[in-house]
Ligand binder design. Structure first.
Ligand SMILES: [Zn+2]
Ligand SMILES: [Zn+2]
Length: 392
């Protein structure tokens, strides 16, 4: 455990340790604790951001519940958010203090094998540090008030008033875009739109089925509409989310509690759909995604399953050349996609505001987690600074 003397960042810019209010997850399954933590100033190639708003995603809950493995605590969660740059470390020239930014939680290192192959979302360097809860130099800028190191989550940790992130994780966005809307871009919007555009490459008129219409699934539905899909079938248990899916462009709604969902989808799209997306992360919904595919089609698995989850498939059906493919963070360069999508949202061509079901503050994260566990509400936005966030 480092003592406070170790915390003077030797290569950092002028600046002192900051006290910031943050939601700390001390143990898996425990309630989050809103407390004063210590944040170091940004070092070289890092950016200090004052957080305006942050979305609560199922991945935060998975980690909080211990579903992503042990050895990840204590940690400050939050990986989807937006705010204003307050300071930059040496070598940062793409943003400056005062710029509005949204977070990209896989900042491609450009040097690893995945990055060199153009698969920036699979950056091995970012993945390794995400697992250890450090920034890209292998250390943490976050500490509990007694000096004990705190882990970062996905290089972001935006359930806090301020955060220090790798330079490439701070993506400039148009200042006219409200920061509470921008807070949704970095996970839900990039992931959902990327699944449709980059992983599935849905073409005009093709049929689509979306299994699970939470924060990600609703973006998949809207993206399918954006690219001109024909039939768009939304499968979701929660009636409010199903209504929202219809409002965002789904042509048909299937409630799996009202009968066999696979039969219902196949009745709407005889022979199966051209593209099926899974945005839940459970064996039953992955199997459903497989069962609704037409021969030759590929299901895109976006949902994150708890560690140890296994799926079984009728192997004979590989004869029909069906497939399943994983999709992580939009299957492209998320930072580039994020900037492009921010402009679409800012000019009104891709509205995202309707997916927000609840606003809360740091103290309300546990209730937001509880809603996610119950499958209620599409997205909660944690507002750190209402004025900065531009909350209506
Ligand atoms: Zn997420
Ligand atoms: Zn890389």
């Amino acid at each position: 455990m480092p003592d406070l003397l170790d915390l003077e960042a030797p290569d950092g810019p002028a600046g002192r340790m900051m006290h910031v209010s943050a939601a700390v997850q001390h143990q898996p399954g425990a309630p989050t604790s809103v407390e004063d933590v210590l944040l170091e100033p940004p070092r070289a190639n890092e950016v200090l951001v004052r957080v305006a708003a942050a979305g609560v995603c199922h991945s935060d809950l998975h980690l909080a519940d211990g579903h992503l493995g042990a050895g990840r605590f204590p940690i400050v969660l939050g990986h989807e958010g937006a705010g204003v740059v307050e300071a930059v470390g040496a070598g940062v020239d793409h943003v400056a203090p005062g710029d509005h930014v949204a977070f990209c939680f896989v900042p491609g290192c450009l040097a690893c094998r995945s990055c060199r192959a153009g698969r920036f979302n699979l950056c091995e360097t970012a993945a390794a540090h995400s697992l250890t809860g450090t920034l890209l130099d292998g250390t943490s800028r976050l500490h509990l008030s007694d000096g004990e190191a705190l882990r970062h989550f996905l290089l972001v940790s935006c359930f806090a008033e301020r955060c220090v992130v790798p330079a490439a994780a701070a993506v400039a966005i148009p200042p006219e875009l409200s920061l509470w809307e921008a807070s949704l871009l970095g996970c839900g919007v990039v992931t959902g739109v990327g699944a449709v555009r980059n992983a599935a490459r849905v073409a005009v008129g093709e049929s689509v089925c979306v299994v699970g219409c939470g924060g990600i699934g609703l973006q998949i539905v809207a993206a399918a509409r954006l690219v001109g899909a024909g039939t768009i079938i939304a499968v979701e248990r929660d009636s409010a989310k199903l209504e929202l899916a219809l409002a965002r462009g789904a042509t048909h709604a299937v409630d799996p509690s009202q009968g066999d969902p696979a039969a219902a989808v196949l009745a709407l799209s005889p022979g199966g759909v051209d593209h099926a997306f899974e945005a839940v992360g459970s064996p039953a919904t992955i199997r459903l995604t497989w069962d609704v595919l037409r021969p030759g089609a590929t299901g895109i698995i976006v949902g994150i399953a708890p560690i140890g989850t296994e799926v079984s498939l009728p192997a004979l059906e590989f004869l029909s050349e069906k497939g399943l493919k994983g999709c992580y963070y939009g299957s492209a360069n998320a930072a580039v996609e994020l900037g492009m999508l921010a402009r679409l949202v800012a000019d009104g061509s891709f509205p995202v505001a309707d997916v927000v079901s609840d606003f809360t503050d740091l103290a309300g994260i546990d209730e937001a987690f509880e809603r996610l566990r119950r499958g209620q509400g599409a997205r909660t936005v944690v507002v750190l600074d209402p004025e900065l966030a531009g909350v209506p």
